[in-house]
Design a protein around this ligand. Structure first.
Ligand code: CA
Length: 317
């Protein structure tokens, strides 16, 4: 692996192509990503699908193709469709929360293109095939999505994930995989009950996001991080948890979370670095990435823009 922070292609080259499509993954691979991210949800017939949401309506034409198949909340769930049905969908650029327009207006047009849903197996075969044809060793970075919800729906998505990874030869900490999850209880179960020996990343959210029952306020302390380190190899914090924006003409101020995590022996891979959605306090993408790398010393970056991030890392030497 390179002697610089790891480049993790967040949902693929999602700054340029609809997220989690094969096209977005191939482009991120070509741009030089070290790891490609997969979000993992289960279909009705228990096939693992690469999809950020447990719903399909923000990124596909499901409502047109299967108008009667929504739940009472009006949403269309991956879990309610068999793979054969999911294969008929056209995947498009992400819509915003109320589906009134694109989530990122400057990106790939929502009404253009012809993209399909991707299974985890299909994506692993793409990455392994490219690794063979290029001689590189690009890794996987799967996220177990909503494990408690999946269990309510009658499926153990973590067990299914570990079985597929094992089938493709990913078994130990030496293999190029990080498994990530927001749910700390689930990550404990993955390590303990399921006996997973892969590297694990504890994602850190905010308590009001409703991602899981995990208490992230408690986690963001020295003691909380020591607990995380009993199970995981690193954390994936939200970038805004790592700093306070600069006062006028000043420098951003570290929250201390990176140092506490390093003291606990944890790697730190923050999300998400987006050139078209800069977090508060940064005026350019170069300034953003270079501050997190040089000042905070992060070990990896989730980014929608692998190419631009690599440009900054190269310029830092
Ligand atoms: Ca994710």
């Amino acid at each position: 692996m390179p002697d610089r922070p790891l480049l993790i292609a967040h949902r693929g080259a999602s700054g340029y192509l609809p997220e989690h499509t094969q096209e977005a993954k191939a482009l991120a691979y070509a741009m030089g990503a070290d790891y490609l991210e997969q979000d993992i949800v289960a279909s009705r017939d228990d096939v693992l699908i690469v999809s950020h949401d447990i719903h399909l309506d923000r990124v596909s034409d499901v409502a047109t193709r299967f108008p009667d198949r929504h739940r009472e909340d009006g949403r269309f769930y991956v879990r309610d469709f068999d793979l054969a049905e999911l294969r008929t969908l056209n995947i498009h650029e992400r819509l915003n929360q109320d589906a009134s327009g694109p989530a990122f207006p400057g990106r790939f047009p929502v009404d253009k293109g012809n993209f399909g849903i991707v299974t985890l197996q299909q994506e692993i075969e793409l990455i392994q095939g490219l690794n063979r044809s290029t001689g590189r060793n690009v890794g996987l970075y799967p996220e177990i999505k909503a494990p408690a919800w999946h269990r309510q729906q009658g499926v153990d998505v973590s067990s299914l994930l570990l079985a597929v990874l094992d089938q493709y030869g990913y078994r130990s900490k030496q293999d190029p995989v990080f498994v990530q999850c927001f749910d700390a209880q689930e990550l404990k179960r993955v390590r303990g009950v399921l006996g997973c020996r892969l590297r694990l990343i504890q994602l850190v959210g905010e308590n009001d996001w409703g991602e899981s029952a995990t208490d992230y306020d408690a986690m963001k302390s020295s003691r909380g991080l020591v607990d995380v380190a009993r199970v995981a190899d690193g954390i994936g914090p939200w970038i805004e948890q790592l700093y306070t924006p600069a006062e006028i003409d000043g420098q951003p101020v570290s929250s201390g979370l990176v140092r506490m995590a390093h003291d606990a022996g944890l790697q730190v891979h923050p999300y998400t670095f987006r050139a078209d959605a800069l977090p508060s306090g940064f005026d350019s993408y170069h300034e953003l990435v270079s501050w997190f790398v040089d000042e905070l010393g992060v070990d990896g970056l989730f980014t929608d823009f692998t190419d631009l991030t690599l440009d900054v890392l190269d310029s830092l030497g």
